[in-house]
Design a protein around this ligand. Structure first.
Ligand code: NAD
Length: 374
């Protein structure tokens, strides 16, 4: 089998795997084609890929000769149009939002996998790109908040007086939120966190943060560890608690998301207007609408002196380690598709292969995506 690594489009600086992973694929008797200069934005030269045993070829050659094409971002409709129906596509293409793309893959008969649909099971943990990238985002969000804040994070006792530590409020204590809590604590801030899943309370506390409790949250064990939509009564109680805590916070890191749905609005305009001038909101949910009502995706806006940063792709701004993590996840998944002789092995009896496969031979396989198509 030939695995083809494509250069990303737009401002994306990551690459789907580093040369070290190309070498591991070659060891598994797979030929690796890398689009010329694909790794440059992540500081990976063509030579490094060649030394790993990959072949540097033109984009045209990657697209026509590879059996399985790998990138991170979603492909453009024009790119999918160019692909033959015998190709296998693997990227993080967000099928729950991109129904048109799913339809295009279906119509072309292309087998497509989306890395954001990896099941959240213990066996699949080593392939979970959402967790890896959330780790990067949580880390970067705190650094961004700290660098934009006109105050220190840690407490300082100096001859010029005592500086009080900053207060950071983290909304959503999933993978990104827990990482944000840990980094904010390391920088010396006082941290409070809120989540609708009570299961995270202990984790939050073990990281040295305070858990803001609001009673009456709806939880569903069948949601695979994810949050579910909440009742109106709970939302009102939650809003009051968040508004009161946000008013006292210096930095609010927003990470709350519900897969396949618009992000919950947890910081309405009125809450922002109660915050101190100079305080900062970093909204990691920006691409799915934002947890703050005033967030603009990929923009920074200032309202009543509060800076609201809507950056939804921090992993791209840390392309080396983010690509390293993404590539390791991809490799662990590809291992399920590679037979001993290096040929392609599509085993849909495997729950990870079946769960991650969105389209195959004109049918939708993933059950959550299937429900979108009625
Ligand atoms: P996510 O990015 O979908 O959501 C982030 C957080 O926002 C979650 O903790 C969620 O509960 C919270 N949230 C949603 N709506 C909210 C609201 N209205 N108010 C406050 N908080 C809200 O989730 P994620 O971080 O990708 O993962 C969530 C959990 O899934 C993890 O903490 C973990 O328990 C589990 N998980 C399991 C695996 C695995 O087993 N392979 C891998 C990754 C995550």
């Amino acid at each position: 089998m030939i695995v083809g690594l494509l250069k990303e489009s737009g401002n994306e600086q990551r690459i789907a795997f580093l040369p070290e992973i190309a070498a591991r694929l070659v060891q598994q008797k797979v030929r690796v084609f890398v689009e010329k200069d694909a790794g440059l934005t992540a500081f990976q030269s063509n030579q490094l890929y060649e030394e790993a045993g990959a072949e540097i070829v033109s984009r045209e050659e990657v697209l026509t000769k590879s059996d399985l094409l790998v990138q991170i971002g979603e492909p453009s409709p024009e790119l999918v149009e160019q692909l033959g129906s015998d190709k296998i596509w693997l990227s993080q293409y967000n099928p729950l939002w991109n129904k048109n793309l799913v339809t295009q893959f279906l119509q072309k008969g292309i087998t497509s996998f989306s890395m954001d649909s990896i099941p959240r099971t213990s066996r699949a943990q080593a392939m979970d790109v959402l967790s890896s990238m959330a780790t990067v985002s949580g880390y970067k969000a705190v650094l961004e908040g700290a660098s934009q804040l006109p105050n220190f994070f840690p407490m300082f006792m100096t001859a010029a007086g005592t500086i009080r530590p900053a207060t950071v409020l983290v909304l959503g204590a999933g993978v990104a939120g827990l990482q944000a809590i840990a980094i904010a604590r390391k920088l010396g801030a006082q941290v409070q966190a809120f989540d609708v899943r009570s299961a995270v309370k202990e984790e939050v506390m073990s990281l040295g943060a305070r858990f803001v409790e609001v009673e009456g949250a709806k939880e569903d064990a069948a949601a695979g560890g994810y949050a579910v939509e909440q009742t109106e009564e709970f939302k009102q109680k939650q809003q009051q608690a968040i508004n009161d805590h946000a008013a006292k916070a210096d930095v609010v890191i927003c990470t709350a998301q519900i897969p396949g749905r618009k992000a919950p609005v947890l910081l309405p305009k009125e809450a922002v207007e109660r915050m101190k001038p100079g305080s900062v909101i970093v909204d990691l949910a920006a691409s799915s609408g934002g947890n703050c009502e005033l967030t603009q995706d990929n923009e920074t806006v200032v309202h009543h002196g509060v800076k609201i940063i809507g950056q939804s792709n921090y992993p791209s701004l840390m392309p080396v380690d983010a690509s390293k993590m993404y590539g390791k996840n991809v490799f662990n998944f590809l291992e399920l598709l590679i037979a001993d002789d290096g040929s392609l092995n599509l085993n849909f009896e495997d729950d990870i292969v079946a769960g991650t496969c969105i389209t195959h031979q004109g049918e939708v396989l993933n059950s959550r995506v299937k429900s979108l198509f009625g």
